[in-house]
Design a protein around this ligand. Structure first.
Ligand code: PLP
Length: 414
């Protein structure tokens, strides 16, 4: 733990530099020095076109440009504008109509939803459960509020969802804690691209129901759907929602919804936390406690982005336009992922079970060294402990095809 001159570390482990940012910077420097055609920057967590430019939904930009001055300038209510609160549920659920009480609170992206869920549904010192492959900011968020992340093993030997690891960790943690927040990032999980199947969901639900049976433990299932609209068919990827209905009152579902990817509004910091419960009082309480957390952290969120979403959903033609535009880009992304997967298979490179999304993960020993070896030939990836993460969102299909053989070569060299 660092000994700061003035700052207090407060039990946090704070790196000097953000790892992904650091590698990405090196990639950019190499592009400057040697040209873009010599460098493969597969570190970036945003969707880029084949020329390396950020994909931006022009239909969304048009809505943004037509906002009123008040939309830009005025404060939004703490929990979000009433229009947004209604609309964001539609955006998250699509055609699915939850048979549950749902309440929504606006948050700055999915990140804010994750933060507020951990803050309100765990105690200081608690451990929060997620899979062993996970998005590292979960740990940052947990540490910031004096919690920590612990993991179960996502896959068994056959590459199937490892329900027995999940189940035993849930049981073990509930022996020590009164409650448990479980983060499930699906569909198109970051960093593996895995999507929980409906059968996986059945197993998860059976496990948490059994753990909650005594009635004196509280479980919160935090479903992080950051990549929901870039996984593939929107209806297909929402089919898991009914699995979250009719749970006992001591199991709360919170959906962490993000506008960052789905509406290419990464920088506008907008999203929401949406609860699903059979108990109206629990839903009302959700609204109160989460609004309190908003007030005590970022206060309110960007009104303009709320207005954008509300305006899009008020106009069917506009919504169709946004959906159609997104679909084109989504198809490009899915193709890149499938190309990488196929090419890895052909080359004999093992990848972590993948379905779709921004990232593919290659399991390997000495990931840091493999990452550095790849950099020698201008390939930048992110080493993440037990493997390297490749962003198919930021490289062309052509490069997705060529990369697996090069990664295999680097692994063999180390
Ligand atoms: N969850 C995962 C797994 C992510 O990868 C991201 C963004 O990269 C987020 C949540 C939240 O992003 P934002 O706060 O921009 O909505």
């Amino acid at each position: 733990m660092a000994n700061y001159k003035m700052a207090e570390s407060n039990s946090r482990v704070i790196p000097l530099e953000d790892k992904i940012f650091g590698i990405s910077q090196r990639a950019k420097q190499m592009i400057q020095a040697e040209g873009a055609n010599k460098v493969v920057n597969a570190t970036i967590g945003s969707l880029l076109d084949d020329d390396g430019k950020l994909v931006i939904l022009s239909s969304v930009v048009d809505v943004l440009k037509n906002l009123t001055p008040v939309d830009y300038a005025d404060y939004a209510p703490i929990a979000g504008t009433p229009d947004f609160i209604q609309t964001v549920k539609k955006a998250a659920f699509g055609n699915y109509v939850p048979k549950a009480y749902t309440e929504a609170v606006a948050t700055p992206g999915g990140t804010g939803a994750i933060r507020n869920t951990i803050q309100n549904y765990s105690k200081r010192g608690d451990q929060v459960l997620t899979s062993d492959w996970y998005w590292s900011p979960y740990s940052t968020i947990a540490q910031e509020i004096e919690r920590s992340i612990t993991t179960y093993t996502l896959f068994d030997e056959e590459g199937q969802f490892n329900i027995s690891s999940f189940d035993s960790r849930v049981q073990e943690l509930l022996q020590k804690q009164d409650g448990l927040v479980i983060i499930i990032n699906t569909p198109a999980h970051n960093p593996t691209g895995y999507t929980m199947t409906l059968e996986d969901w059945d197993k998860i639900i059976a496990s948490v129901k059994s753990a909650a049976k005594s009635g004196n433990k509280k479980i919160t299932l935090l479903v992080d759907v950051a990549y929901l609209d870039f996984a593939g068919d929107p209806e297909e990827y929402r089919k898991f929602y009914p699995k979250l209905e009719n749970l006992p009152d001591n199991i709360l579902v919170v959906i962490a919804y993000s506008m960052s990817k789905g509406f290419t509004m990464y920088g506008m910091r907008s999203g929401a936390m949406i609860c699903m419960t059979n108990d109206k009082e629990i839903a009302d309480e959700f609204k109160v406690v989460c609004s309190f957390s908003c007030r005590g952290t970022w206060s309110n969120c960007t009104r303009a982005s709320m207005a954008v979403l509300s305006n899009i959903y008020k106009d069917q033609e506009l919504l169709d336009k946004v959906d159609a535009e997104r679909e084109t880009h989504c198809r490009m992304l899915v193709k890149r992922g499938k190309t990488f997967q196929k090419s890895a298979q052909d080359a004999g490179l093992k990848i972590v079970p993948f379905d779709s999304g921004f990232f593919v993960t290659v399991p390997c020993e000495n990931a840091e060294e493999v990452g550095l070896e790849l950099q020698k030939s201008g390939i930048f990836t992110v080493p993440i402990g037990k493997g390297i993460r490749v962003s198919v969102a930021s490289i062309s299909e052509e490069r997705c095809k060529k990369l697996p053989a090069k990664i295999l070569e680097a692994i063999k060299t180390i």
